[in-house]
Design a protein around this ligand. Sequence first.
Ligand code: F3S
Length: 69
Amino acid sequence: ESRVLIVKIDPEKCQGHARCHALATELFELDEFGNARVRGSGQIPPTLEDRAWIARANCPELAVEIVEQ
Ligand code: F3S
């Protein structure tokens, strides 16, 4: 299987609730304003896939996107 999942933050929607960061620190970092951005390319390792989906589900602004590439 060659499915690759990428996580993204929509900067227009993110309001800095930081739940994504708390739930999956390996995938997200916070900038100087407390808004989230993805670490590196955003490619989700299989071991972090579950928590990526949990982070997506827990963002109140629906700013976390997961896309297949
Ligand atoms: Fe932003 Fe949502 Fe995370 S508002 S900081 S993407 S929980």
